[in-house]
Each structure stands twice: as C-alpha cells, then as structure tokens.
Design a protein. Structure first.
Length: 427
C-alpha cells in the first residue's frame, strides 16, 4: 500500500495538516505537490502548536522525509524562515528534499498579486497575496524561474530579465508602479542559493524508487478540491491542481502508482476569500461555527466564512478525485446543536439537483435543500472509538458517509494527534 494522496475535499482548511501529521509516524516520505505558502496547515502535538505553510506537515515526524515537489511554487525567503523557525523549536529539518524543477516566487510575483487584486476591486478573488497566481502564470507562460536557476547566475539573470521585460510594462503603465530592477531581484535570489543548495534533489527519481521499493509515500495537498483551477469554482480558485491528478504531475509519479486517495472533509463547511458558497450562514449559527471551530485563517488571519455540511460537494470530491476514504474532521465542533442541517441537494430555478452543476451561474443560484439530523450535547472530545460516540453523532457520521460516496475511515474529535477515532487503517 505504498502511495497515498491526502487532499482537501472542500474549500481548504479541512484539517489536512493534522491528518498528515497523524500518518507521519508510519510514512517514509511526505510530499507537497502543488500550491505554495498560500497554505496554512495547523498541527498540534501535545501542548505545541505549529503553523506550516510551505513545508509538508510530515516534517514534524522524525524519520519521515519531507519533500517539496516540482509542482509547488517556492518563495525562498519564506522557505528559509519556516525552516529556521522550526529549527529554533528543536525540529530537525535537515532531511528536506527540494525539487530543482519547482518554480520560484520572486518578489515581483507578490507585488503583482497584490496590485492585481486592488485593481479588480469588487471583482477580486480574495487571494492570500503570496504571489501564487503570478508565479504559476509565469510558469505556464514559460517565463518562470526554477529552483535550479538559483545556481547559475547568468541563466538566472537572463530569465529574470525576460520575465521583467513584460511585467515592468504592466507594473509601470497599467498599475502605475515603479519598474522592478533585474539586478536587485537577481541579487536577492542569489542570496538564498547557498542556503538552499543542500536540499535540492531529483525528487521524481527518489520518489519513484521509494514507491518501487515498497516505502510508504504520502502526497499532501494544499487548498482543496473546490479551489482547484480546473475542477473548482473558477475563477474563485487557486492557480494549481489540489485534486488527486495534481499529485502525479506535481511530483512526477504516475497514476498507476497511487493506491489510495483520502479526502479530508470537515463536518461542516468553510471558505476563505470570495466566490459562491451555497450553504454559507450569515446568522448566529455561522458565527457560532466560527467561534467554536476557531475558523480564522492560519495564513492571513481572515475570518473564514462558515456554513453547514454540503453533501453535493462531498460527492463531487469523491468523483473528481476517485476518493477511496474520507477523514471527517471537527465533529466535536457540532456538539450542542439540537438538530444539524445537512445540504443533500440544491434547488436551482425550481429544479432539484443532486450533482454539482457544471454551469457557474447555476452554482451561483443554487439554494441548499436541507435534511435535519438529530444533534447531540455530550462532550465527544475524549471518544476513542466509534462506539464511544453518542448515538446521534454516530447517526450523523453514518448519514454523511452514505451521502458522500466513500467510507469515513477516521473521525477528528479535537485538534490533537490523539483526538482521532480510526475506523479503517489508511495503510
Ligand atoms: P488545513 O489547512 O487543512 O491543514 O487546516 P487548517 O490547519 O487551516 O485548519 C484546521 C483547523 O482545525 C486547525 O486549527 C486544526 O488544529 C483544527 N482541527 C483539525 N482537526 C480537528 C478536529 O477534529 N477538531 C477540532 N476541534 N479541531 C481540529
Ligand atoms: P490550505 O492549504 C483556504 C484561497 C484564497 C483565495 C483563493 C486564491 O490551508 O487549505 P491564492 O492566494 O491561492 O491565489 O488565493 O484561494 N486559498 C485558501 N483558502 N485554505 C487554503 O489553503 C487556501 N489557499 C488559498 O483565500 O480565495
Ligand atoms: Mg489551512
């Protein structure tokens, strides 16, 4: 059972960090395959809380090799400060492997991200402002910078020049900003080279060998299915593929090597940034979910939009990712409601729809059709097995499993590593 993908089944922040960390102890490699430091993954180990952005959550498990794959966009200053932050807390990060083919986020990407959002005005995406979209745009436009370019000053200079040729026109003429100087960018980037050199490796080769040798490799997605640039709520998405196929392109491992795909699914729904969200609650229930669930962004500190569980989305995630399992998180947050609404379908212009509509205007007009499941009031944070859960909490999990199209193999009842009910093993 060597290669698993673990990804978000909703709009991100489902608890991927906790789930990856939980598996980390029994995994040989944990690989980020897309996204960058737009991600914010919280891991709680004992009384210690870690916020990871670029590094795979497996970095906290001794013996597990953390890998940043070719599909990730890497801001070198963020990577180095994340590494030193962990080192200061006693975490050994020396085993990190960084793909030489991963693209770099340069300072001008971050600037373009911010000014683009400002100019979009009320049509803005609500990005994290970390330069993610502009860095991926340059990759696709073939004017991107890669990690390996850091080690050849002449190539780096030529590439920065090529990228800035166009971008400076946009910055100066369209956005009224000062043009960026090639020599300054090159100097800054070269300043990171020596500190990164030791991590750079042929990660595709290493990962394929590992899988062939029967080692356990876990691919950790950032963001979530509905933020996928192809399968999400475009244009209100991120600029990469968090869905399962992204693990293949973003790490250089073929689909025949992937044995299991685990969708992390919050027991309710949240979203950060703009875009449609059918079950969003703008009332006291939404506020209560935010307070009890601590729904504030790890990366930007923004309040997360909160709403009830949406089974249409969960089924869609099962479909586009080929999910084999779900890890249901934050069930404990729902304790205390007399009855818990669950969206089982949408009503769109008088029609009842049970699959996610492919038309964006249909999705914008989707009105949730709710089923009301009986709630529970008992504290469930100490539950160790499914049978420890109150009958109604069991019923809630069973109902969600039936609606969502894949078995729920683990349940989170608190943020800590040990606050998990394992139903089926992932390995
Ligand atoms: P990620 O981006 O998917 O890794 O998720 P985040 O870390 O951004 O947000 C998830 C939050 O929920 C974090 O604060 C976690 O510590 C917390 N969390 C994860 N699983 C559970 C759970 O089962 N119960 C509770 N109460 N909190 C959880
Ligand atoms: P994790 O990995 C939630 C959202 C942003 C914005 C959109 C595009 O912690 O689940 P970007 O900066 O990527 O261009 O922003 O995507 N977004 C996330 N929302 N969790 C995340 O990561 C996110 N990463 C990006 O809020 O709406
Ligand atoms: Mg997060």
């Amino acid at each position: 059972m060597p290669a698993l993908v673990l990804l978000g089944a909703q709009w991100g922040d489902e608890g991927k960090g906790k789930a990856t960390d939980l598996l980390g102890g029994s995994v040989d490699y944990v690989v980020r395959y897309q996204g960058g430091n737009n991600a914010g993954h919280t891991v709680v180990v004992g009384d210690q809380k870690y916020a990871l952005h670029l590094l795979p959550s497996g970095i906290l498990s001794p013996g597990c090799v953390p890998v940043i794959g070719n599909g990730v966009v890497v801001d070198p200053s963020v990577l180095l400060s994340e590494l030193s932050g962990l080192n200061e807390r006693g975490v050994d990060t020396s085993g990190l492997l960084l793909s030489g083919n991963a693209h770099l986020i340069a300072p001008y990407h971050t600037e373009v991200d911010k000014v683009t959002e400002r100019f979009l005005g009320k049509r803005k995406i609500g990005t994290t402002g970390r330069g993610i979209g502009p860095a991926y745009a340059d990759k696709i436009n073939r004017v991107g910078l890669r990690v390996q370019d850091l080690f050849d000053e002449s190539i780096l200079t030529q590439k920065v020049e090529a990228a800035l040729d166009f971008k400076n026109q946009v910055l100066a003429k369209l956005y009224n900003r000062r043009a960026v100087r090639t020599d300054q960018v090159v100097e800054e980037l070269l300043g990171y080279a020596d500190r990164l050199r030791g991590y750079v490796a042929d990660t595709t080769l290493i990962l394929n060998d590992a899988v062939d040798e029967g080692k356990v490799v876990l691919f950790e997605g950032g963001q979530g299915t509905l933020l996928d640039v192809d399968h999400g709520t475009y244009p209100f998405v991120t600029s990469s593929n968090p869905t399962a196929g992204g693990a293949c392109t973003g790490a250089g491992v073929g689909p025949t090597k992937i044995s299991r795909v685990i969708g992390i699914l919050k027991a309710y729904t949240t979203r950060v940034g703009a875009g449609p969200f059918p079950t969003e609650l703008l009332d006291a229930d939404g506020e209560a979910l935010r307070e009890i669930g601590g729904e504030r962004g790890v990366t930007t500190g923004r309040d997360r939009r909160c709403g009830w569980f949406d089974a249409v989305i969960a089924r869609y995630a099962t479909r586009v990712n080929g999910l084999t399992d779900f890890f249901l998180t934050k069930l404990d947050v729902l304790t205390g409601w007399e009855r818990v609404p669950v969206c089982v379908a949408y009503e769109i212009e008088g029609r009842r729809v049970t699959e996610l509509p492919f038309s964006q205007s249909d999705f914008h007009h989707a009105v949730p059709v709710y089923e009301y499941l009986p709630g529970w009031s008992e504290d469930i944070t100490g539950a160790k097995s499914f049978s420890d859960l109150p009958k109604n909490a069991q019923g809630y999990v069973k109902a969600l499993e039936e609606m969502s199209g894949a078995p729920i193999s683990a349940i989170g009842v608190g943020p800590g590593r040990d606050e998990t009910i394992q139903i089926n093993s992932f390995l």
